[in-house]
Design a protein around this ligand. Structure first.
Ligand SMILES: [Cu+2]
Length: 235
C-alpha cells in the first residue's frame, strides 16, 4: 500500500517488514474503531438542556465489559502477533547461520568500532584490524557479528538490513545479516547514549565478492611466511 520503509537489502528484511505491516494494520484498525466510538459518543451524549450527567461506578458487569472486552481483544491480538512473528524472530535472533566472515561490533561514546580477526581468523591477536565507523562486507554472504559496548547502552541499527540490536556493557550479543545488494548504507545508534549520540554514525559498505577480496588484500598484505603459515584461514 504505502512505501515508507527504508530500502530493504536484507535476506530477512521481508519477514521483518511483514511483522511491521501486521502490527500496523491491527493497531490502525483499533485506532479507527476507537476514535469512531469516541466521536459517536461525544455527539450522541453531548450536553443537552435538562439531561443530567450519569454517575457510573463501573460495578455492573455491563459496565465492566467496556474495560474487560477490549483488554481481552488486545491480549488475543498480542498472542496473534507473537505467533505470526515467531518465525521471523527465530530466523533473525536464533542461531547464526555458518559463516567465515566474523566481525566484532563495539559501541562506545561516540563511535562504532568494527574489529576484523585478520588473516589468522582469530580475534585478540596482533593482526586484528580495527576500523572506526566502517563496516565492509561482501554481498550475498552471511556476516556473523558480535555486538558489544565499551561504556553505556547503545543500539546497533542498520535500517537497510532490518537489524537493530542493543549493545550492552559486559555482554557479547550475537547477530547476523546477509546483504542482497552492493552499495553504501547508513549505520546509526538507536539508543540515546549521551550528548554525542547523534554523531554515532557509521557506514556499511557492501562489496561484490571481487571487490571484497581486493579490499581484504589491501588491508592484510600477505603476512611474512612463518612456520605455521598453513594455519592461515581463507577469508
Ligand atoms: Cu550510542
Amino acid at each position: 500500500m504505502f512505501d515508507w520503509f527504508p530500502q530493504n537489502i536484507s535476506t530477512f528484511g521481508g519477514d521483518i517488514d511483514s511483522v511491521f505491516w501486521l502490527i500496523f494494520y491491527i493497531v490502525g484498525a483499533g485506532f479507527i474503531l476507537g476514535e469512531a466510538v469516541i466521536i459517536y459518543c461525544a455527539i450522541r451524549y453531548r450536553r443537552k438542556a435538562g439531561r443530567r450527567a450519569a454517575f457510573i461506578t463501573g460495578e455492573k458487569m455491563s459496565e465492566l465489559a467496556w474495560v474487560m472486552v477490549p483488554a481481552a481483544i488486545v491480549l488475543i491480538l498480542d498472542f496473534g502477533i507473537e505467533f505470526a512473528g515467531g518465525e521471523a524472530w527465530s530466523k533473525v535472533k536464533g542461531e547464526t547461520p555458518a559463516s567465515d566472515i566474523k566481525v566484532i561490533v563495539t559501541g562506545k561514546q561516540f563511535n562504532w568500532n568494527f574489529t576484523y580477526p585478520g588473516p589468522d581468523g582469530t580475534f585478540g591477536t596482533d593482526d586484528d584490524l580495527l576500523l572506526e565507523n566502517e563496516l565492509h562486507v561482501p554481498v550475498r554472504k552471511v556476516v556473523d557479528i558480535t555486538i558489544k559496548s565499551e561504556d553505556v547502552l547503545h543500539s546497533f541499527f542498520v535500517p537497510v538490513m532490518r537489524l537493530k540490536q542493543d549493545a550492552i556493557p559486559g555482554r557479547s550479543i550475537p547477530a547476523w545479516f546477509e546483504a542482497t545488494a552492493t552499495g553504501q548504507y547508513e549505520i546509526g545508534c538507536a539508543e540515546l547514549c549521551g550528548y554525542g549520540h547523534y554523531t554515532m554514525r557509521g557506514f556499511l559498505f557492501v562489496h561484490t565478492a571481487e571487490d571484497y577480496a581486493k579490499w581484504i588484500q589491501e588491508r592484510w598484505p600477505p603476512a611474512a611466511p612463518s612456520a605455521d603459515s598453513t594455519n592461515v584461514v581463507q577469508l
